[in-house]
Design a binder for this molecule. Structure first.
Ligand code: ADP
Ligand code: MG
Length: 202
């Protein structure tokens, strides 16, 4: 963990991993430490993530912090207050590709940017703009969940309901954390109805 003087230089941190790996918990931990340091921070999330709450960022372990839901990546710049020094963004994989430019711009302007998001989707394919965000980050942390089959560290999110949409907002009824060995996208496909199989896989 670095103790860089964030108020002088920008810094991009990306917390990534599968579902249930503690990304939101880690984001909340960093936000709370910044608040203890009396640094002005704004927390954003994509408006489409309404799983637990319209406004709060909430972890699977029921920790929560207030946030500002935004429709698009560029809205983050529009909502920025003059006094803000740190920008935290949860579920960053759901943002449009402009998020890469927005995050770089913030860092160039001297902000500390903390992003949390899924590195991979339910097919184990890199999610949205995450590859670019990981590349431009100054600090990357990959957190792991616990595989629901064997208890090993889990890096994959197994979809256990029948849908081929990349975005299915979910909780324990929809997804399970799985290790590489127990992740099985093929079995997910075998369980799909014939009608859903013909839908585009994107
Ligand atoms: P993420 O944002 O990565 O989805 P959260 O920070 O919301 O994760 O939640 C992490 C918490 O989820 C853990 O501290 C634990 O209480 C809970 N949890 C539930 N299922 C699992 C699992 N399979 N592996 C690890 N943690 C789990
Ligand atoms: Mg989360």
């Amino acid at each position: 963990m670095s103790y860089f003087p964030y108020n002088f230089h920008g810094h991009i941190e990306v917390i990534c991993g599968p579902m249930f790996s503690g990304k939101t918990e880690e984001l909340i931990r960093r936000v709370r430490r910044a608040q203890i340091a009396r640094q002005k921070i704004q927390i954003f999330k994509p408006a489409l993530d309404t799983r637990y709450d319209e406004v709060q960022v909430v972890s699977h372990s029921a920790q929560s912090i207030p946030s500002e839901p935004v429709e698009s990546a560029r809205d983050i710049l529009k909502h920025l207050k003059d006094s803000t020094r740190i920008v935290a963004i949860d579920e960053v994989q759901f943002f449009d590709k402009a998020i890469v430019e927005v995050v770089s711009k913030l860092a160039e302007r001297g902000y500390r940017v903390i992003c949390a998001g899924l590195d991979l989707d339910y097919k184990s394919v890199p999610f949205g703009a995450m590859p670019e965000l990981l590349a431009i980050a100054d600090e990357v942390i990959k957190v792991k969940a616990i595989c629901t089959i064997c208890g090993a560290p889990a890096s994959r999110s197994q979809r256990i309901i029948q849908s081929v949409d990349q975005v299915v907002l979910g909780e324990k009824n929809e997804y399970e954390a799985r290790c590489r060995g127990h992740f099985d996208y093929e079995s997910h496909l075998r369980n799909l109805d014939e009608s859903e199989k013909s839908a585009p896989l994107n």
